[in-house]
Design a protein around this ligand. Structure first.
Ligand code: NAD
Ligand code: TYD
Length: 350
């Protein structure tokens, strides 16, 4: 039995990766390690409780002693590292917690893996999940980010992720640690914390609350359905070449304002409202400081080497996503009220 440590498994993307791995690989033990910050919602994985190949550990990756102990006691073969502070707006007001978790936390995992594996790297892999935001911002006429694009992060969030990427590569180059990295574009889908654009706006439309559009809404993001990201992670973990980086993206660029109009159209239709009725909720607000203009990913390396392609058309994915949030209003309510934070105590009695 292989022991796979997934960090940040109670978060948005992590929960999809943990579910995929627990169900697809019954002979592997999947260990979900998460601090359960405000972004960690263990109830997202309630369907996995009691499965023999699933284990949850509450721990903070910035606690070196705790992480070392976990590597010493559990025979970890592979790491899929997703735990991070992930919201750009929070990084602007609290950059230190981004450095602590994203940089020091990653370093703690690398050092613990290196020491536990003692240069016997046969069958071992450290997979680091990163973001396209490390490449900086594109103009409208510039070509998409490739794996060779120079790093140029602008927000404390992207600077902390860039730094963690550099540490991962340094551990490969210096100590021979078997690593693989991927840098993905913006994800959307079920279980995303409603501080990010898509779930926040669906919830606000539902409750007729203002939709705060930063600046003129002209920034462009490249959106990918979260389960397509999870499938890419599965492929890269099992078949990616050691030492390599893979870009993951949907080839699906949307200007924020156009995406917001699509969300309004879809949500109004599903709520039985007059088409476009909620456009009056659009409220242009002060732009985000250092707001990157455009992200766009060239995922041809992943497509050519490992045969990955996104499975969903965006309009279809948005339709499914809006339906999911409207049908899971109790999930959104438990998150916005903070009730979700009681789940761990109820289940694990701590
Ligand atoms: P998220 O904020 O939803 O989840 C992060 C998880 O990490 C939470 O469960 C949280 O409790 C946990 N965590 C935070 N600090 C921790 C700590 N110190 N110790 C242990 N656990 C801790 O984030 P997400 O959107 O699921 O993103 C997951 C990863 O994917 C991140 O590394 C992020 O940079 C990367 N990524 C995200 C996107 C996106 O669009 N969401 C795109 C590309 C890459
Ligand atoms: P977000 O979901 O925070 O992801 P990221 O900053 O990592 O790309 O934001 C997506 C885009 O939407 C980004 O250009 C900022 C913009 N945005 C708004 O206009 N209003 C909002 O309330 C939020 C949360 C984001």
């Amino acid at each position: 039995m292989r022991h796979i440590l997934i960090t940040g498994g109670a978060g948005f993307i992590g929960s999809h990766v943990v579910r995929l791995f627990v169900n697809k690989y019954p002979d592997d033990e999947i260990i979900n390690l998460d601090k359960l910050t405000y972004a960690g919602n263990l109830s997202n994985l309630s369907d996995l409780e009691g499965k023999p190949n699933y284990k949850f550990i509450k721990a903070d990756i910035s606690d070196y002693d705790a992480i070392r102990k976990i590597f010493e006691t559990l025979k970890i073969d592979g790491v899929i590292h997703l735990a991070a502070e992930s919201h750009v707006d929070r990084s602007i007001t609290d950059p230190f917690s981004f450095a602590k978790t994203n940089v020091i936390g990653t370093l703690n995992l690398l050092q613990s893996a290196k020491d536990a594996w003692r240069e016997n790297y046969e069958g071992k892999l450290f997979y680091h999940i990163s973001t396209d935001e490390v490449y900086g911002a594109l103009n409208f006429n510039e070509s998409r980010f490739t794996e060779e694009t120079r790093y140029d992060p602008h927000s404390p969030y992207s600077a902390s992720k860039a730094s963690s990427d550099h540490f991962v590569r340094a551990y490969h180059d210096t100590y021979g640690l078997p690593v693989v990295l991927s840098n993905c574009s913006n994800n959307y889908g079920p279980y995303q914390f409603p501080e990010k654009l898509i779930p926040l706006f669906i919830n606000n439309i539902r409750y007729n609350k203002p939709l705060p559009v930063y600046g003129k809404g002209e920034n462009v993001r490249d959106w990918l359905y979260v389960e397509d990201h999870a499938r890419a992670i599965d492929l890269i973990f099992h078949r990616g070449r050691v030492g390599q980086t893979y870009n993951i993206g949907g080839g699906n660029e949307w200007k924020n304002i156009d995406l917001i109009k699509l969300l309004i159209k879809t949500t109004d239709r599903l709520l039985g409202r007059e088409m476009g009725a909620s456009e009056k909720l659009i409220t242009f607000v002060t732009d985000r400081a250092g707001h990157d203009l455009r992200y766009a990913i060239d995922a041809s390396k992943l497509r050519n080497e490992l045969g990955w392609t996104p499975s969903l058309q965006f309009e279809e994915g948005i339709d499914q996503t809006v339906r999911w949030y409207l049908e899971h209003q109790e999930w959104l309510d438990s998150v916005t009220s903070g009730e979700y934070q009681n789940y761990y105590r109820r289940m694990y009695g701590e």
